[in-house]
Ligand binder design. Structure first.
Ligand code: AMP
Ligand code: MG
Length: 487
């Protein structure tokens, strides 16, 4: 099998990775293959039997041209610097160039130990693999920048966690795996030459338009910062909590990466945390913009040797880029909320309306995802959905009146506006209780509920009567939801 790999990182970045080999799975069995994505990528897999797909995407059979490697990186984990992390349970098969010219990494996750595994086994359990598959596909369907899932293969081996689980390998597709932590690793251990080389490679690969900037490394900082503002605004709009926003989990491409203990909240709470390892709420829903700012400050630090070498004066400019993040984020975020609320004509300054919205949602414990759909229903003249979300029919009456006034002021037709709102406000997200039930069944060998949920979240916007249960939050009497790390 030949995927026509073009391995630019392998060929031009020696010293930035360690060669790696996949462990042989004892009995690989295909759980799912994303044929649609494979086609978009131009992978020649359409006619392959499931048995061969299972071998290729579990590490059993290496495609021709693969030069498997593990990336080196460092990272701040929960605020503390770990000088050496690296791919401990992942291996890059190679890079492909899609028919539209975009370049992608094809990476196996859970394919055995590498030079960076430390005490880890390099393996992944089936639950977290199917979880990442499902949630990353849901994010892509909602239009959130993200890595993609190409395949999931059961290995036939057991993986020991708090108990033994069936093992699996996820194939992840990313526009690259260069992280803030990759820069931190080379800044901490090697210095300006290496940081410059990594920055130059990143620019060639992701942002070739920056190559001619006066100081390309400063331009890189500015671009990545803008992409992170966009990304976190998407997360907030979707009610998504990443859960481990460590700098090793921040891709400079601006894609969501490393789905671990992530979750979507049901009722709105700025303090929502689901991860069992985030006891202090560092990565709570509403803190994500601040943490992104902090992470970008770490990125700036790592880039400084390269920025300074081009022009010492630009160190001040780098500081200014970082200092501007809160205002930059707020503008991007407010534009997104404006779209969610149907405030399309930008007639007024909606800051206050937006800020008070979140206070109101929190106070009345409103289901976040449903709320925006209920506003669109209100525009269609049907207030029953909104009423069903509120503790009392008039609970948000003053805010609704103000929002209504803004809609009228904009002068857009309510029916068209409602349709536009439904096009950006998902109805079907991976609800935590649905995800857990689907994964529990999958662990016992029954994929039916997981496959159905996947189909639902891949079509998040259009309402379908037969999917009504998927639009609902967890029953009020269900236990608080907790997620656990690890793939
Ligand atoms: P993550 O929680 O995915 O951000 O991972 C943090 C670091 O731990 C990365 O360097 C991973 O490669 C490593 N790691 C996590 N789980 C394992 C495992 N089972 N075996 C080896 N390394 C691991
Ligand atoms: Mg990670």
């Amino acid at each position: 099998m030949d995927f026509a790999f073009h391995n630019s990182f392998h060929d031009s970045m020696e010293g930035f990775y360690a060669p790696a080999e996949a462990a042989k799975p004892s009995a690989p069995k295909l759980l799912i293959f994303n044929h649609k994505l494979a086609k978009e990528l131009g992978l020649d897999t359409a006619d392959l039997p499931d048995e061969q797909l299972a071998r290729l995407f579990s590490g059993e059979e290496m495609p021709d041209g693969a030069e498997p490697l593990a990336f080196a990186y460092a990272g701040h984990q929960f605020g503390h610097f770990s000088p050496q992390l690296g791919d401990g349970r992942a291996l890059l098969l190679g890079e492909i160039v899609a028919p539209d010219g975009a370049r992608f990494d094809i990476q196996l996750k859970g394919s055995g130990p590498t030079a960076f595994s430390r005490n880890g086994d390099g393996k992944a359990a089936i639950g977290p693999v199917l979880r990442e598959f499902l949630i990353s596909e849901a994010m892509a369907a909602m239009g959130v920048p993200t890595t993609r899932a190409l395949a999931a293969v059961a290995t036939g081996d057991r993986v020991q966690r708090e108990r033994a689980h069936p093992g699996a390998v996820l194939t992840r597709v990313a526009s690259s795996h260069i992280r803030v932590g990759t820069f931190q690793f080379f800044a901490a251990h090697f210095g300006a030459d290496h940081v410059t080389q990594l920055s130059d490679y990143s620019i060639r690969r992701h942002f070739p338009d920056l190559a001619g900037a006066d100081n390309p490394h400063l331009a890189l900082l500015d671009r990545v910062t803008g992409l992170q503002c966009e990304l976190v605004s998407h997360w907030l709009g979707a009610g998504f909590i990443h859960g481990v926003m460590n700098t090793d989990n921040v891709a400079i491409s601006g894609e969501t990466i490393d789905y671990g203990p992530c979750a979507f909240m049901d009722r709105f709470s700025a303090n929502a945390v689901f991860s069992s390892i985030d006891a202090n709420g560092r990565y709570a829903f509403g803190r994500q913009p601040q943490i992104m700012h902090w992470n970008m400050a770490r990125f700036a630090e790592a880039l400084l040797p390269a920025i300074h070498r081009v022009s010492p004066d630009d160190v001040e400019a780098a500081k200014a880029v970082v200092d501007a993040i809160p205002a930059r984020f707020r503008a991007i975020w407010h534009a997104r909320v404006g779209m969610k609320l149907g405030l399309v004509n930008g007639a007024g300054d909606d800051s206050e309306l937006i800020d008070t919205l979140f206070d109101e949602l929190e106070k009345h414990e409103v289901d976040y995802i449903s709320f925006f759909r209920a506003l669109a229903m209100l525009l269609r003249g049907d207030g029953t959905m909104l009423e069903g979300l509120l503790p009392a029919p008039d609970a948000m009456a003053p805010w609704i009146a103000e929002w209504w006034g803004r809609i009228v002021q904009d002068g857009a037709g309510p029916i068209e506006l409602a349709a536009a709102m439904d096009g950006v406000n998902p109805l079907y997200i991976p609800r935590n209780h649905q995800v857990e039930a689907a994964l529990a069944a999958a662990e016992e060998g029954d994929l039916a509920a997981w496959l159905r949920l996947l189909e639902v979240v891949r079509n998040p916007f259009g309402e379908r009567p037969e999917w009504s249960e998927y639009a609902l939050p967890a029953p009020a009497d269900s236990a608080p939801y907790t997620t656990f790390c690890g793939t």
